[in-house]
Design a protein around this ligand. Structure first.
Ligand code: UDP
Ligand code: MG
Length: 325
């Protein structure tokens, strides 16, 4: 068997404190895997500098001159974790058989990469790293993250529970990923949509080795909102539903209020006022919900997601064999 070429992609934003240790640990990991003949000696580590303001890039650049295994990709400005990661994945795609993405802060267990490769060699295209325990994360982060995964599931988005962006992807999975043209990238939601054979490996998440989290609560909430609105039109549907509810209640109550008026038990003017408020309110919400439905359709179209993904193509294989003869 020929050993696969692995590239480890690491997005970094202001990570000068932890970077030297990350470089050391990942290089060690790569060496071990090469010695074990699990991966090719052409394997590499690609650090993506996401427009850092500290010494992140100089550290990467200097190391890349000393160490042939280490490469750097400098982004022109800060584009956020997801986009930085994508830049790395796309850059690594053509020269690798598989790519592992991992955060720079060593919260994810580098030793698990070996298990990723074993699974890849068994034929899996995507291997998800799933956090078994999250004791090391703060309570607030843990509970909000949990609520997020549950909410996403309720909204009909298939997320791998407790999986962040620590995963392995094969070359062909990356090629398909590239076809998802949406602007607001939410990799955790998109990767499962590819649908190639996948599996999960469980590990314990550690504490950030150094530096601070770049995702404080405010950014996490923004990220969650982005995730939901990028994958689901359920929020708009809820508006429509509330509209219908309000409308039908207004019909019921309206009849009741009018009946009351004829019995003569209400203040003057109250009946017409309250009935029209409910009626108009309901109608307005229905209208907004309907407009929302159409906007939802435009929104789905504008994402230009690929309509299908080919996994096995016996046709071109036979064509190729035919040509090779
Ligand atoms: N990161 C990035 N660009 C950003 C913010 C973060 O490339 O704008 C990187 C960061 O350097 C780290 C990873 O994304 O490698 C995850 O960030 P962090 O560890 O701060 O998030 P947390 O694990 O706390 O959710
Ligand atoms: Mg982290």
């Amino acid at each position: 068997m020929v050993e696969p070429i692995l590239t480890i992609v690491v997005p970094c934003y202001n990570e000068e404190d932890v970077l030297p240790e990350t470089m050391y640990q990942l290089s060690e990991c790569l060496n071990l895997l090469e010695e074990e003949k699990l991966i090719s000696i052409q394997s590499k580590i690609l650090f993506v500098d996401d427009g850092s303001k500290d010494k992140t890039w100089p550290i990467i650049y200097k190391e890349s001159l000393n160490n042939t295994k280490i490469h750097g990709l400098k982004l022109a400005r800060n584009v956020g974790h997801q986009n930085a990661l994508l830049a790395g994945l796309i850059a690594a795609k053509n020269t690798s058989d598989c790519v592992v993405s991992i955060d720079a802060d060593l919260q994810d267990d580098v030793n698990i990469i070996r298990e990723f490769i074993v699974k890849f060699n068994e034929g899996f295209d995507i291997v998800y790293g799933v956090r078994g325990k999250r004791d090391t994360d703060q309570l607030l982060k843990r509970t909000t993250a949990e609520a997020f995964y549950k909410l996403m599931q309720k909204m009909g988005v298939s997320l791998i529970y407790n999986h962040a962006d620590f995963r392995l992807m094969s070359k062909r999975a990356l090629k398909e990923l590239e076809r998802f043209e949406e602007v607001n990238l939410f990799l955790r939601g998109i990767v499962p949509l590819i649908g190639f054979p996948s599996t999960s490996i469980y590990y314990d998440r550690k504490e950030r080795l150094a530096g601070e989290t770049k995702y404080p609560l405010k950014k996490m909430l923004a990220f969650a909102f982005e995730g939901i609105t990028s994958f689901s039109v359920t929020p708009i549907r809820i508006v429509l539903l509330v509209g219908f509810l309000s409308f039908f209640t207004s019909l019921l109550f309206g009849t009741y209020f009018i009946a009351l008026k004829f019995i003569g038990e209400t203040e003057t003017g109250w009946t017409s006022l309250i009935t029209s408020i409910w009626l108009i309110g309901g109608l307005q919400l229905i209208a907004i919900g309907l407009i929302g439905e159409y906007i939802g359709k435009i929104y789905k179209e504008s994402k230009r997601r690929p309509k299908y993904i080919v996994e096995i193509d016996t046709y071109s294989v036979t064509q190729k064999l035919y040509k090779d003869k």
